[in-house]
Design a protein around this ligand. Structure first.
Ligand SMILES: [Zn+2]
Length: 163
């Protein structure tokens, strides 16, 4: 397990229901530290697949770039991606607040908080496998079809988890 940030509760437990049985490195972010500097143990040139555990504090309508505007329920979301050219830089970008809105996830993160980041280092692009596993959970819902999944056949790479 590699901690990506400072300020991680020492009692952080490994969660169940992770989208893969592969060894995940998991870090827990304080809900109020979105703009804090990441202190990453990942090598700069690390590559791999990651999941962002996201909390949207209240229901709201959010425009997601060219996909249009959607009503997002409050609660927990999983976003799955891969970065085969700089995993730590990608995660740092997700956490950074001041950036141009470019990807679908940027539009959601402008209103939401990243609670946890799960990473797995490796050359394989596992994002679709993880997304399918997340989508197969009984409480999984797709809020925005094709969110983060413009280049594959997944229903979405963003999964809302009904409480
Ligand atoms: Zn996919």
């Amino acid at each position: 397990m590699t901690h990506l940030t400072q300020g991680i509760p020492s009692g952080a437990k490994r969660s169940r229901g992770t989208p893969s049985s592969t060894a995940l490195q998991r870090s827990q972010l304080r809900s109020d530290c979105r703009t804090s500097v990441i202190k990453s143990n990942l090598p700069t040139k690390s590559r791999g697949t990651y999941t962002l555990v996201i909390d949207l504090p209240r229901a709201q309508t959010i425009r997601v770039g060219a996909l249009g505007a959607f009503r997002f329920p409050r609660g927990k979301y999983l976003y799955i991606g891969s970065a085969l050219n700089g995993l730590s830089a990608r995660i740092a970008r997700h956490i950074r607040a001041d950036k141009k809105l470019r990807w679908h996830i940027d539009y959601l993160l402008a209103h939401a908080r990243i609670k946890e980041v799960w990473t797995h280092q490796g050359d394989e692009r596992l994002e679709c496998v993880w997304a399918q596993a997340a989508l197969a959970m009984p409480n999984a819902r797709v809020i925005v079809p094709r969110f983060g999944a413009g280049d594959c056949n997944c229903a979405a790479h963003l999964v809302f988890l009904v409480e």
